[in-house]
Design a binder for this molecule. Structure first.
Ligand SMILES: Cc1cc2nc3c(=O)[nH]c(=O)nc-3n(C[C@H](O)[C@H](O)[C@H](O)COP(=O)(O)OP(=O)(O)OC[C@H]3O[C@@H](n4cnc5c(N)ncnc54)[C@H](O)[C@@H]3O)c2cc1C
Length: 483
């Protein structure tokens, strides 16, 4: 297993303050996967490139951090798409071997009775079968929410709506990170990170966050941390980039990878202002609200839990979106965790944003104690704050009601000497693979004047998909998504 110290990598690689340069061929705003991909290609092609990053680390929405002595990915963690995911080859190139996940799972019902793992009373049969029928009948159309598309399908005979809502929460809302009534039904597809569910899930051994730090260090990129950009101005033959502390940088081109949340909040002032197509897209695409909670427990107490006794890698309980946490990983099983008694919760919810950490923890413990009443208080807890953090303002994007998939293409297009990359600029949105490819594409625009619309990725156009499928979505295949 690769375990690299980010501190060592940072110390040896990035520009020291006294050597700070303020002009280059290209300035890249943001050192997440998209920014590092762009900078790597530009730098390799001989263009001088400076990356300005507001945070004090490289990786953005991927961050491998230590919790209770173990490395965890606090943001992006998994590679979907099996060997089709371009990150598989990338991770091998940098020594982060892709490791496949073998899921051992179980589900509990609304009354916290465990579903049998097979037979007519299993979760798949009781919850998924009726859900899949409704899904197949859904009337999907631009401007109609996914929830309304189900309602329009009007095939509710024998379908328990409460159970349906909870299966929807589990199957779609927890992955997309928003309620189904806020998602556009035509742009939503049964894809995840641009790949169909049927693919296997892998993770880069050593962590996504450590991987991007390693790429930046090995490629000797010029990255200036703690440097928040406030203004980007295209002067026709050059660009100026101004930072929070008043420094002004000049370049021929700039690649902006600040998040959709940042664009929505107007964190960067663009001159000239962003064109109308971009403004509309920024408004229509939604930013999801997903966070992780890590809880370490007493080993002996943990050993008596059903998840430990049954060797479950992850488990869920029935609960409609926004009501309670329902998606848990037993990290004692996960190869990263080295056997530590840790539960990681994945919770996407509008309400989650309103909770302080104490309330969030109590809600998690309430659910877990319904499954295992003897559960002790955790001995260590940590929380992510992707929604509150000013450099992300959310977890990732999804198409809001009325947002055609071409909104993503509009965010990808360059405007003069200002280029754009990031997960919100590709049809493989919400993914690390999408972010990486978008950065390569932005570099290509600058190096060869080539633009690819839609941005490369494994996601076919939603319109193509709908035509292919006779105007309807195919029922999803129930798989843990491994976010
Ligand atoms: C909890 C969570 C779980 C996820 N799970 C998965 C998963 O399992 N698999 C998967 O493929 N994807 C997953 N994703 C999505 C994936 O992590 C993101 O799509 C991807 O990392 C985005 O990369 P990016 O380069 O577009 O953006 P970012 O990584 O956000 O990079 C943008 C950078 O710009 C910086 N920045 C912002 N504003 C400024 C400014 N004004 N000045 C300077 N710098 C600025 C930010 O600090 C950041 O470093 C997950 C995301 C989250 C939050």
């Amino acid at each position: 297993m690769v375990r690299l110290s980010p501190a060592i990598l940072l110390a040896c690689a990035y520009t020291q303050a006294d050597a700070k340069k303020q002009s280059a061929d290209v300035i890249v705003v943001g050192a997440g996967y998209s920014g590092i991909a762009a900078a790597r290609e530009l730098h390799r092609s001989g263009l001088s490139t400076i990356v300005l990053e507001g945070r004090n680390y490289v990786g953005g929405r991927t961050a491998t951090k230590e919790f209770h002595g173990i490395n965890f990915d606090y943001g992006g963690a998994y590679m979907q798409g099996g060997t089709d995911n371009p990150l598989q080859a990338l991770s091998s190139d940098y020594g982060f071997t892709p490791a496949k996940i073998d899921w051992v799972t179980a589900a509990w019902d609304f009354d916290f009775n465990q579903f049998p793992s097979s037979g007519s009373e299993s979760y798949d049969n009781v919850a998924y079968k009726p859900y899949n029928t409704a899904y197949g009948n859904a009337r999907r159309q631009l401007g109609r929410s996914l929830y309304e598309a189900f309602e329009e399908g009007k095939n509710w005979d024998g379908v328990d709506k409460k159970r349906f809502n909870s299966t929807l929460a589990y199957d779609v809302e927890s992955g997309y990170g928003g309620p189904a009534y806020s998602m556009d039904s035509s742009s939503y597809r049964e894809y995840y990170c641009g790949f169909r569910w049927r693919y296997d899930t892998y993770y880069p051994e050593g962590g996504f966050g450590h991987m991007v730090e390693t790429i930046a260090a090995q490629e000797a990129l010029d990255i200036q941390l703690n440097t928040a950009v406030t203004e980007v101005a295209d002067n026709g033959d050059s660009v100026t980039v101004t930072t929070e502390n008043g420094d002004v940088y000049t370049a021929s081109n700039v690649v902006v990878t600040a998040t959709l949340g940042n664009l929505k909040a107007g964190d960067i002032l663009f001159t000239p202002q962003l064109n109308n197509d971009k403004k509309i897209a920024i408004d229509r695409i939604e930013m999801a609200t997903c966070n992780k909670v890590f809880m370490a427990f007493d080993e002996e107490n943990f050993a008596g839990s059903p998840w430990a006794q049954q060797g479950l890698e992850y488990f869920n309980n029935e609960s409609p979106f926004d009501e309670a946490p329902f998606y848990f990983y037993n990290r004692q099983i996960h190869p990263f965790s080295g056997g530590s008694p840790i539960i990681e919760s994945w919770w996407c919810s509008n309400l989650e944003m309103e909770y302080n950490n104490g309330v969030s923890l109590q809600r998690h413990l309430d659910v877990l104690r319904n499954i295992y009443p003897e559960l002790s208080d955790p001995i260590d807890v940590d929380y992510t704050d992707w929604n509150q953090n000013r450099f992300s303002r959310g977890s990732y994007s999804y198409p809001g009601v009325g947002s055609p998939i071409t909104d993503y293409d509009n965010l990808a297009k360059p405007q003069g000497n200002i280029h754009f990359a990031g997960e919100h600029t590709t049809r493989s949105f919400s993914s690390v693979n999408g972010a990486w490819l978008s950065g390569l594409d932005a570099a290509d625009e600058i190096l060869r004047g080539r633009t690819t619309t839609p941005r490369p990725g494994s996601w076919k156009s939603a319109e193509d998909g709908l035509q292919e499928e006779g105007g309807r979505g195919k029922p999803p295949v129930h798989r843990p998504r491994g976010l």
